[in-house]
Design a protein. Sequence first.
Length: 249
Amino acid sequence: MISLEPPPGVAAPAHTLPRVLPSLPDVPSYSSFDNAQLEGALTRSQTENQLMQEELSAIREQLASTTAQLAASRVVARPETSGRVTGSTVLPPTVEVISAMRSAMGQLSLENHQVRLDGSVVRVEVSSDRLFEPGTANLLPVGASLLTQLAADLERVFPRHFLGIEGHLDSESLEGSSWQSSHQLTTAQSSAVFDFLATRTPLSDRQMFLVAHGANHPVVSNATAAGRKRNRRVECVIYPEQAAVQNSQ
């Protein structure tokens, strides 16, 4: 009998070796699932996807609503760009309102003041250098006189109209001053004007509010001394709307 076993140290022919398939990693298979199970899994996946889409749509709507409310609040906070308010809708100022404000502005008898129409509001610039001691919120005697004349004119032409007292400064540094920022100084200056008008003139504190802009809103360049002087100002901003309250004095 002839043995087909190779002698020791001699490899067997390849065709005589048993074929061993490599082991493959276990992978999920749906071969054992029937159609009903597959359809159920697909339905659950579609339902979850629909829920995610609905949640995303709700978030987008909420974001759009919040953005719209923020935009509306900013418009109301800066009334020079606003108009009539109906419910939650801000309407642009009408031609009649702007025309009426322009006509009333022409009746002011203010001298040595910059007066301009800005949208539907009238802005009266009063130089801070004429109102206050340099770099302070202390009213000068001439400043008190200017505010008294201004209040009388506003009461005559714009009775009970809302009035914003806005403090502005130039871009010069406040080093060596007791004020830590231009906003602090303009807050103190606009507050001083507000208090004087509310206690020493016929104007009511209920028709006025104050804003401190610091050096954020120059009307001209700060590159020259004349420009910086004009930017140091208090603006009395007259709005078309009127307060429905009696004078608190």
